[in-house]
Design a binder for this molecule. Sequence first.
Ligand code: ZN
Length: 278
Amino acid sequence: MMYEIAPRVMHNEFRVQSPKSSDYVIYTENNYVLLKKDSESFALPKVSDAESVAPGISKDLHYLFSIDEEAFFSSDENFAKENSEFELVKDRFFRTMPDMPLAFGGAVAAHMSRWEQSNRFCGHCGTPMQRKADERAFICKECGNVVYGKICPVVIVSVTWGNKLLMAHNLNNPDRKPYLISGFVDMGESLEQAVVREVKEETGVSVKNIRYIGSEPWPFSNSLIAGFTAELDGSPEITVQEAELEYAKWVDREDIGDYTGRLSISGTMIMRFKAGNL
Ligand SMILES: [Zn+2]
């Protein structure tokens, strides 16, 4: 999975640290991230790149985290402005970057930067927010409102019926292959309750014997994804939620395609079921 970057190690504990010229700088506008053009592709800008187009910007950068000794910083402003060496690129680009630890670092830095950009003012009273000195959070000095990082939990579930796996194609997924049922956890429900509700809503199927498999951070949707298995409980008849899914169907183990590559927890669980190991 993307977050598994060993032997490299991510250090995301809160720290106050100054940038060095070889560290990385992230600037985001919604789901777009400012990257430096690099022959046919793009590279994460370094502090030296930012300094070359915006001298003195180093003192305004905010430390986010490190991977080994390489630190990632955020910038509140578009330091490249109209410079043609830089371009705003959709953050999904990180899913195709060859250097996986750097791609994961870029994606997480973009997640944190989006959170910073959308908390410049207190949502309660409108006062400009300040960074807390002792933890990764913003505080409103007017009303005391404290805002922590935004993580939206998602459940993903492999529903099995003997030798068959419940798979679906989401209307929003450009990838044509079917995947597992997934959805955001709602307020007031547990992860397990979210599994039951999402499967029922999207396919009309009931499940039992829910079992936790593992989790992965998924910065692209500000998420943490928790993976579960469940078994069919009752009728296998499917009623597709047409607003979300193009189709849902039971797929025999031997008919499941290839989901290897840069594995997500979704691909990992599908390949484990295919191998009889889930
Ligand atoms: Zn406030």
